[in-house]
Design a binder for this molecule. Structure first.
Ligand code: ADP
Length: 563
């Protein structure tokens, strides 16, 4: 065995394995080199073990220890067999697991292991000195060192095992804790859930009660108003009779008193009618009659009828929309809403102006009624849309407190809304917003037919049907009289015909008979649409009342007669 520590850049140590015992020495030297280079205890054992694994099969080989400190510092150990060959290079597998890199060539094995990053030239020099000073011990010494290492490794393993046991126990405890917490939380959740379910059940019950109460109220309103209407109408009729110039003459006093009776009765009738309207709207018994509406005409009519209500000195202005508005809504209901708003504005405005104007914004029609009247106290603003609510005090000016709730109800029925801003003492603005046309219904359950013929002498009536039939009929053909109707029917073979009964130059009934006489057309169902109260029409598949037509009714009748 020979070894020699070299100068800088030279190997740290070189030794030759001459006999079996040198395996212990190379093991020991390996550990020493590792220790001198600042490797941790575990790494020292790795290097030593790898060397003894290789050394056992490389008797005769030279082992060179070098430290590379330029770049990432590492320990390089080269085992060279010098012609004797390390065959087979047993032990390299074990060494491979212990070292970072192991390269096997024919008679040369290189082992590499990372060194602590701070190892530099200085450390290298000290290591060199330390190694030069230390002498290899005997195989027996190395064996006892190895034993000590084994014992300490065993102790370490035992310590790890104990630690693991403690950890396991702790983990189990934690698990039990988590489980307990989970159970507690689940119970609490279940209790909360039960509470929520009970709360909802109660809520539902309350809602049902409220609904019932509301329905009962509407029924009551409707019944009472009906009951009241007959006697009030009788009073008005009788008073009119008494006041008739052809009746027995009355004294001036009597005439005056009867005038008062008549005035009061008319007031009473108006309020009873209000009640009846509201009850009807609330029970959804009002079906809007959707049709194209001429807004200027509606405005004109309101201008004419309401102007007399403006107090002296109050300007009353209704401005036509700047551009023509194409509007499909219920004209009667729209007029009612606007009349209501304008009447209120005129009633509560002593000076200044009451003005109405319209504007289309984002596909909706906004109609504003603005006044410079007494305004509405802030505290009351939220409540004026409630039924029977009237602002107290100087405000009180007759009425029932039903006008605004009714107007809002109608606005909703038309797919719109009614809102208000008011500044007490300055005035109020009520704004009605409406869709330009009714929202399309859910078209999924609508019947579908190929072609429909609409026969009516009035273009507006044909237009209404055309609107209702969109989405139901693929083609809508129109005829303005019976003769052209027959020709179009023969040409287009419609799936069904909508027919107005009374047309100038030919009765609808005659057309039904004529159709029945043509073999190809005799099977086409005819739906009579009429303003007259006719009941049954011979030859017609169905009869619909013109004023109250709705899209739903059209859809239903199409589905029924073409089934
Ligand atoms: P009424 O039939 O009593 O007029 P409404 O529902 O139409 O019932 O109105 C409720 C209350 O709202 C009215 O009594 C009035 O105090 C107040 N109000 C309505 N419109 C106006 C307005 N333009 N200016 C001031 N107050 C108004």
């Amino acid at each position: 065995m020979s070894e020699s520590p070299g100068p800088v850049r030279e190997p740290l140590l070189r030794m030759t394995l001459r006999e079996d015992q040198d395996v212990f020495v190379v093991r020991q030297r390996g550990r020493e080199v590792a220790a001198a280079l600042g490797m941790e205890h575990q790494d020292q054992v790795r290097v030593a073990t790898a060397l003894s694994e290789i050394g056992r099969h490389a008797i005769g080989a030279t082992v060179t220890f070098t430290a590379e400190v330029s770049g990432r510092p590492r320990l390089v150990i080269v085992v060279e067999a010098d012609g004797i060959g390390i065959s087979p290079p047993e032990g390299t597998a074990a060494a491979g697991r212990l070292m970072d890199e192991v390269h096997v060539e024919r008679d040369r094995i290189s082992l590499m292991r990372r060194l602590p990053a701070q190892v530099g030239q200085e450390r290298l020099a000290t290591a060199r000195e330390e190694l030069a000073a230390s002498r290899p011990t005997t195989a027996l010494d190395e064996l006892s060192v190895q034993n000590r290492q084994l014992v300490s490794a065993l102790e370490e393993v035992q310590a790890h095992r104990d630690e693991l046991l403690t950890l396991n126990a702790e983990l189990e405890e934690t698990n039990r804790g988590v489980m307990a917490l989970y159970t507690q939380l689940s119970e609490e959740l279940e209790q909360t859930n039960q509470g929520v379910v009970a709360l909802y059940a109660e809520l539902e019950e309350r809602s049902a009660q409220l609904r019932e109460a509301n329905e009962a109220k509407s029924r009551f309103l409707a019944n009472v108003s009906h009951e009241l209407r007959a006697p009030v109408t009788a009073i008005i009729g009788l008073t009119r009779l008494l006041l008739d110039p052809r009746s027995e003459p009355l004294t001036a006093d009597q005439t005056h008193q009867l005038d008062l009776v008549q005035g009061s009765a008319a007031d009473l009738l108006a309020r009873v009618n209000d009640l009846l309207d509201l009850a009807k709207a609330e029970s959804n018994r009002i079906e809007p009659n959707w049709a194209p509406v001429d807004l200027s005409a509606v405005f004109g009519q309101l201008r004419g009828t309401l102007r007399p209500l403006a107090k002296p000195g109050v300007r009353f202005e209704i401005a036509d929309p700047a551009e023509p508005v194409e509007l499909v809504t219920d004209e009667v209901l729209l007029t009612q809403i606007l009349r209501n708003l304008l009447t209120n504005a005129l009633k509560f405005t002593e000076a200044g102006s009451v003005a109405m104007g319209a504007l289309v914004l984002d596909g909706r029609l906004h109609i504003a009624v603005a006044d410079t009247g007494i305004g509405i106290p802030f505290a009351e603003q939220r409540r004026i849309f409630e039924e029977f609510h009237q602002v107290r005090g100087a405000h009180q000016a007759g009425g029932t407190g039903l006008g605004l709730p009714y107007a809002r109800r109608l606005a909703t029925l038309l797919g719109g809304g009614l809102s208000m801003v008011s500044e007490p003492g300055e005035g109020s603005t009520f704004t009605l917003d409406l869709p330009l046309r009714p929202a399309p219904e859910d078209d999924q359950d609508l019947p579908h037919v190929r072609a429909v013929l609409v026969v009516d002498d009035e273009a507006a009536a044909r237009q209404v049907l055309r609107e209702h039939l969109t989405g139901i009929a693929e083609h809508v053909h129109e005829a303005a009289d019976a003769r052209s109707a027959l020709a179009i029917a023969a040409r287009e073979r419609p799936s069904l015909i909508f027919l107005d009964l009374r047309m100038p130059g030919g009765d609808g009934g005659e057309l039904i008979a004529a159709l029945a006489g043509v073999p190809e057309l005799s099977g086409v169902p005819v739906v009579v649409v009429t303003g007259a109260d006719v009941g049954h029409v011979p030859g017609a598949a169905a009869v619909l009342a013109k004023p109250a037509l709705t899209r739903r009714m059209i859809a239903d009748v199409v589905a029924r007669v073409t089934a």
